[in-house]
Design a protein around this ligand. Structure first.
Ligand code: MET
Ligand SMILES: [Zn+2]
Length: 329
């Protein structure tokens, strides 16, 4: 594990807390994210809300916050009539907003007599090619016949360079739906010699395989071969699948494992609304989080439809007494 990650996991008492749904909370604060850029539209229109969401997750106990760049892409911004410099400036801004929130929050906790938080890490979010296409392939992993690993690398290259040079502690590749993209990302990290440690998280709709139907074992072969990938895991996947996936990942890798599932609700794209969670059982999200830690996850948080109150409960259950008496870094 990279030193900063190892340190935050240790200081959190063995399992660090990742934040919750970023876009979800942005929407709760009144932002309109019904946009091809999704939550990243706020980088243009409402950057103060982005910072506010980061603050709320820090306050809830997140040890790692994820930037607003998930669906921020250079072609996406260019399609809005922006210049290349402006597009790259907004990518950098997404990292700066998270760093500013982290630093301001940290200063404010130091002023209190009993510091109760850890100095959080900032992860630069990078969504999949499918998230950019916004055509459903984000959750099917089907990019069509014409796509190749080289094309995927070219899509990701410049954004990765710009985000990595903006000063994040980590790069977070989120909800990667297929093997070709995982392989392209690992190759790109090596080719560009990215020095910021990365995590690559997959998404799954059946709890057994990636969204594409390919196995975790196939993907882990590439990931294990690269020292640039520090953490592997799964996000934006229903909570009831997570324990089984952790056990599978444990068999396939020695890397640290991150899990941050969605709430289990299902997005109905046609009706544009969330449907209730299926077979969630009697367990609450935080009770499940404890089991994920016991199954071997080193970082646990939430994705879509989870909120600061989810993260507050997770932080409490995972860090127990240490949550509110953690030592300073
Ligand atoms: C579709 S997964 C989205 C992940 C992103 N970090 C968010 O919470 O907005
Ligand atoms: Zn999500």
């Amino acid at each position: 594990m990279a030193v900063a990650v190892e340190e935050i996991v240790r200081r959190a008492g063995g399992c660090a807390v990742i934040d919750g749904g970023f876009a979800t909370q942005l929407e709760a604060l009144g932002a309109d994210i019904n946009d091809p850029l999704w939550s990243a539209a706020c980088l243009i229109t409402k950057p103060h809300l982005i910072k506010e969401v980061h603050m709320q997750y820090l306050e809830a106990g997140a040890d790692v916050i994820i930037s607003s760049s998930y669906q921020a892409t250079i072609p996406g911004f260019l399609a809005r009539g922006m210049l290349l410099e402006e597009a790259e400036g907004l990518l950098r801004r997404s990292i700066e907003l998270a760093l500013e929130a982290r630093d301001e929050f940290w200063k404010s906790t130091l002023r209190k007599s009993k510091p109760v938080y850890n100095h959080a890490l900032v992860a630069a979010s990078i969504g999949s090619y499918g998230a950019y296409l916004a055509d459903g392939s984000e959750y099917s992993g089907s990019y069509g016949e014409d796509i190749s690993a080289e094309k995927l690398k070219d899509f990701h290259r410049r954004r990765l360079q710009v985000l990595a040079s903006a000063g994040p502690d980590l790069i977070a590749f989120e909800a990667i739906p297929n093997k070709m993209e995982a392989q392209a990302l690992v190759e790109l990290l090596e080719e560009e010699n990215i020095q910021v440690p990365s995590w690559i998280c997959f998404s799954s709709v059946d709890g057994k395989n990636l969204c594409s139907g390919e196995s975790f074992a196939e993907c882990l072969q590439f990931l294990n071969a690269s020292d640039k990938v520090t953490i592997v895991g799964v996000n934006c996947t229903p909570p009831q699948f997570i324990e089984g996936i952790i056990r599978e990942l444990k068999k396939q890798t020695k890397k640290a494992i991150a899990v941050y599932p969605n709430s289990g609700e299902i997005w109905d794209g046609r009706e544009k609304r969330w449907l209730p969670a299926q077979c969630f059982g009697h367990k609450s999200f935080d009770a499940l989080a404890k089991r994920w830690q016991e199954a071997g996850a080193s970082l646990v948080g939430g994705c879509c439809r989870t909120t600061p109150s989810t993260i507050r409960a997770v932080s409490k259950v995972l860090k127990g007494k240490t949550a509110y008496s953690a030592t300073q870094i």
